[in-house]
Structure formats: structure tokens, C-alpha cells
Design a protein around this ligand. Structure first.
Ligand code: MSP
Length: 517
């Protein structure tokens, strides 16, 4: 089933002018799930995240606090790293654009672009959105009333001599690639937007600035610094541009939010073309979280920062937060609402009443009828075709239909519940002398189906599923998967691996039911 290939996935690198919040945690968590899934399948994974530390907005934020931009960046980048560690996110590296390993490579790539004749000096006069660090066309500026489409702040009029990347040269090649590879930009709605815009014509882009010294200097032209977006995009390459890592290139998935699609779906691939690099497999642009029905804002008091997420973690567990983010989040083309009530409902329905409750029924009955020891393997079958289910899970996960993949795992748990309802082991057990074999069959099958469900759900809820493995007497999975290790999804999900006589540990409720306060 599996080809054990190399798999490279990235998040955007986050600006250090803001502290980590739900948006950053969301994208990184989704990538963590995909990375874990690939490791579970046996792939050799490289998962990259990091911080974007140059440019005007970081320099301005540092000035406001009267610290050097580097000290400012060190501090916030440290916060991101600490948060990601604490949240159990398994990135294989954390790149910072102020690291020499990155700066040197960026200069090297830009020099190659100059040598190839794809970067040249020119004049730029027009609009700039300093909050987004983005040049804005005359038409867009007019449509937006000369204000930022994102922050609403006034655009700046700038007149500069810049180095330009000849993006226009790649218009046809890009369109052809997008048309020949329907998965290249996803979801579909985003792909259509990009195609429409490319067809309106591509302009060359300024890739240096003389007005912002906080950046990587242009090779041989120190008065220019490389435009922060060009500097930032190159992180995906610089982090793995070493002899040991280059085999991961190009990325299979660049996961991003929809507001930075243009840079990733147009400028970045054109830069690959200019540099003769193979193109990435997919740019996936998810949508945005809003909060309690409104755009998140500090003044409205609905801003979901790390502190707020910590409250959910301590009340409901880290894995429940992961589950909520992925099943209710904005992976598709529309925004998603973070709502406390919905969180409680989803938690109780899917985690407490389904996963947690199903396991505790199995453990209870094993204890009551078989002294806590797993009965012998039966000949009677469990009514679900597991290889087909696992195959569907793989197909969904590979297509980044995470919700679909999860519903395979959760669906299996629901199948266990239905099976218990149908076979009624508690009734059968009233006459153990005549029904012993039937009760044994039902319980073994339930525990074994639970084992398989817990493997499928591991990329989503690793801590809880590892507890479940332990309670089912199979902690070797956790040992194999620890420290970014690899699993064997195909072998591990073959039916009939729980050993007769294994003691099933009841333990505390995995997901205690949340009582409304
Ligand atoms: N530094 C650039 C990216 C450079 S990548 C070469 C940047 N940084 S950012 O700090 O603003 O992070 C933007 C990313 O954070 C989004 O693309 C998205 O992944 C995530 N999110 C920020 N707010 C978000 C929501 N409200 N909802 C979901 N994710 C969003 O842009």
C-alpha cells in the first residue's frame, strides 16, 4: 500500500511582531497532524516551521519598545519555539530568518537570479501596505480607497529604485503548470482566484528596498536590502539546503493561510522556475478562524491568544483542542467560528461519549466477565472491513481531507458501539455457561477494533491514543513513534494482533464528560 518516500511539509514562518495566537497554532497543528500521519505510514518526514524576522513591521515594533530588532526578534521567536514545544508539535527544525545559515543562502539565491538575468534594477513608484509588507497595484489601491485591505490603515506612497524579479516572464509557464496539475493550488476556490488573477497579467515585482535597513543586504549593493517577502519565502529552501537534507526537496505541501496565497502560488513557483528547481507538490491555503461569530480583536475581547488556548487545554486536554481545531477549523474555503459552546458540544459528543465511553465499556466488561484479561481470539468476525477502512483513511489523509480521515477512525469507534448494541454482551453474560464463547467473541472484537481506531486517531490525538495503547497492552507503538520515529500503518492495522490474556487497564476516564457550569 505505502511507498515509503520522503515527505517535506512546511508552515508559513511567522512574523515576530505578534505573539503566538490561534492562527499560528492552527496551521502548525494541522501540519503536525499531517507529518505524524506520514511518519505513522513509514515515510521519512521533514516538517519545518519558524519565524520571519526582517522588514519594516518588525523594525517598527522593536523601535516602539526601544530595543534592537534582533533582541526583539529573539524574544518573540523564543516564545513561538517554547509554545510549539509545549504543545507537542513535532517540527524537525525551526528556522529563523536572522540566522546566518539562512541569510547566506538568501544572498546566494538572489545572486543566482541576477546571474540568470531574472533580477534587474528598475524604478518603482506606487503604493505599499506596510502592515502586510506588500506592494499594492494602482487598481487595487483605488478599489481599497487607498487603505490596507487587511488592517484598514492608509497605504504609503513610495518611490524607489529597486531590483525587480521578472515575474512577467513566467506567466504562461505558470498557467500551464497550474492547469496541468489540478492539485497544485488547493482548495479549488483558491485555485480559481489565482488563475483569474494571473490571466489579468503579471507585473515584475520589486525584491529590494532602500528604505528599510532591517533585512538581508543585496549582494554587491549594500544600500538595498532584500524585500522581506523574498527573504522569507527562501526559508523553505535554506533550511534544507545541506548535503544531508536536500533529498527532501521540493516540498510536497506548503500549508498557508489564504491571505498569503499570491506569494506562495505565484511568486514562489516562478522563483523555482527561474532557479531551475522542481516545483512544490501543493500549496494549500486554508481560511481563517473567527471567534464567537466575529473577527478576532483585542478590543472586542474575543481574541484567542495562547493564554486562552491554555485555558482550554487545562480544562479539556491538549488533544481535545487538537481535535476541535481540525474537525471544526477552516481547512476549506470558508472561515470557521471558534465558539465555546460548540467546543463543549463536540467534546462531549465525539470524545467523552464516543471514544472515552466506548473504551470504558470494553474495559468494564472485560473486568466483570473475564477478570480484566482479554479472552481468546474468536473465529467470529467483526462486521467492518478493516483494510478497506484503512485504505479510505489513507486516501483521505493524502488528499488533506483531514476531517474525512478522522471520521474513519471515529466511525470505527461508533461501529464498536453499534456492534455492542446489536450483540448485547451484557445480556449474553447473564448465562455465561451457554454464552461464554459469544461474549468472548464480542469483547475480543471490540478491543481489537478499538486498538485499530486508536492507531488511526493517533496523528490527531497522540497523547490520549498512546494512553489507550498502553491500556490495551500495546505500548510498542509509542516506543516506535517517539522522537519523530516511524510506524507501519499497514502492519499495525492488520486484524487480530491483541494477545489473549492481555490485561486491559481501566484507568481514569480518557475524556471525562464536561458538565456545564
Ligand atoms: N511572515 C508571513 C509569512 C511568510 S511565509 C514565507 C506572515 N506571517 S504571520 O505571522 O502573519 O502568519 C500568517 C499565518 O498565520 C497565516 O498564513 C495563517 O497560517 C496563520 N493565521 C494567522 N491568523 C489566522 C487566523 N485568524 N486563522 C487561521 N490562521 C491564520 O504572514
Amino acid at each position: 500500500m505505502a511507498d515509503h518516500g520522503q515527505f517535506y511539509i512546511t508552515t508559513p514562518i511567522y512574523y515576530v511582531n505578534a505573539r503566538p495566537h490561534i492562527g499560528h497554532i492552527y496551521t502548525t497543528t494541522i501540519c503536525d497532524m499531517v507529518a505524524r500521519y506520514h511518519r505513522l505510514k513509514g515515510d521519512d518526514v521533514f516538517f519545518l516551521t519558524g519565524t520571519d524576522e526582517h522588514g519594516k513591521k518588525v523594525a517598527d515594533a522593536a523601535r516602539e519598545q526601544e530595543v534592537s530588532p534582533q533582541a526583539f526578534a529573539d524574544n518573540i521567536s523564543g516564545e513561538f519555539q517554547a509554545a510549539f514545544d509545549r504543545l507537542g508539535l513535532t517540527n524537525d527544525d525551526f528556522i529563523r530568518t536572522t540566522q546566518p545559515r539562512h541569510e547566506q543562502k538568501v544572498q546566494h539565491y538572489v545572486r543566482q537570479l541576477i546571474d540568470k538575468g531574472d533580477v534587474e534594477l528598475g524604478e518603482y513608484e506606487g503604493w505599499y501596505d506596510p502592515g502586510q509588507e506588500e506592494y499594492v497595484t494602482e487598481t487595487n489601491a483605488r478599489e481599497q480607497n487607498y487603505k490596507s485591505a487587511v488592517s484598514g490603515r492608509l497605504l504609503e506612497r513610495v518611490k524607489e529604485t529597486n531590483y525587480f524579479f521578472r515575474l512577467s516572464k513566467y506567466q504562461d509557464q505558470l498557467l500551464r503548470h497550474i492547469e496541468a496539475h489540478p492539485q497544485f493550488i488547493q482548495p479549488q476556490a483558491r485555485r480559481n482566484e489565482v488563475v483569474t488573477r494571473i490571466k489579468q497579467g503579471l507585473h515584475d515585482v520589486a525584491i529590494s528596498r532602500t528604505t528599510e535597513p532591517w533585512g538581508v543586504p543585496m549582494p554587491d549593493a549594500q544600500e538595498h536590502s532584500i524585500y522581506v517577502w523574498i527573504d522569507a519565502l527562501f526559508n523553505y529552501r535554506s533550511a534544507i539546503d545541506t548535503d544531508q537534507r536536500l533529498g527532501y526537496w521540493p516540498a510536497q505541501i506548503h500549508m498557508i493561510g489564504k491571505e498569503i496565497l499570491w506569494f506562495h502560488a505565484v511568486i514562489w513557483p516562478a522563483m523555482h522556475m527561474a532557479l531551475g528547481w522542481p516545483l512544490p507538490g501543493q500549496i494549500y491555503a486554508h481560511s481563517f478562524w473567527i471567534s464567537e461569530g466575529q473577527k478576532m480583536s483585542k478590543t472586542l475581547g474575543n481574541f484567542i491568544d495562547l493564554g486562552k488556548l491554555d485555558e482550554y487545554i487545562s480544562e479539556f486536554s491538549l488533544d481535545s483542542l487538537r481535535y476541535y481545531l481540525v474537525t471544526q477549523g477552516p481547512m476549506g474555503a470558508s472561515d470557521a467560528d471558534f465558539s465555546h459552546q460548540k467546543y463543549v458540544d463536540v467534546y462531549n459528543a465525539d470524545l467523552a461519549n464516543t471514544v472515552g465511553n466506548s473504551f470504558s465499556r470494553i474495559a468494564n466488561m472485560t473486568k466483570r466477565y473475564f477478570d480484566g484479561k482479554l479472552p481468546p481470539k474468536p473465529t467470529g468476525q467483526f462486521p467492518v472491513k478493516i483494510p478497506e477502512l484503512v485504505n479510505n483513511y489513507v486516501v483521505d489523509f493524502d488528499a488533506l481531507r483531514l476531517e474525512g480521515a478522522i471520521s474513519r477512525g471515529l466511525g470505527l469507534v461508533r461501529n464498536i458501539d453499534n456492534y455492542i448494541e446489536q450483540r448485547q454482551p451484557f445480556k449474553l453474560a447473564k448465562d455465561m455457561d451457554s454464552n461464554r464463547a459469544a461474549v468472548e467473541e464480542v469483547l475480543y472484537n471490540c478491543a481489537e477494533a478499538m486498538r485499530i481506531a486508536s492507531i488511526l486517531l493517533w496523528p490527531i490525538m497522540p497523547q490520549k491514543m498512546e494512553q489507550l495503547h498502553q491500556r490495551l497492552g500495546c505500548d510498542h507503538y509509542a516506543a516506535a513513534l517517539a522522537d519523530h520515529g516511524r510506524g507501519d500503518l499497514e502492519a499495525w492495522t492488520r486484524w487480530g494482533q491483541l494477545e489473549t490474556g492481555t490485561s486491559i487497564q481501566q484507568g481514569d476516564a480518557l475524556f471525562p464528560r464536561h458538565q456545564p457550569t
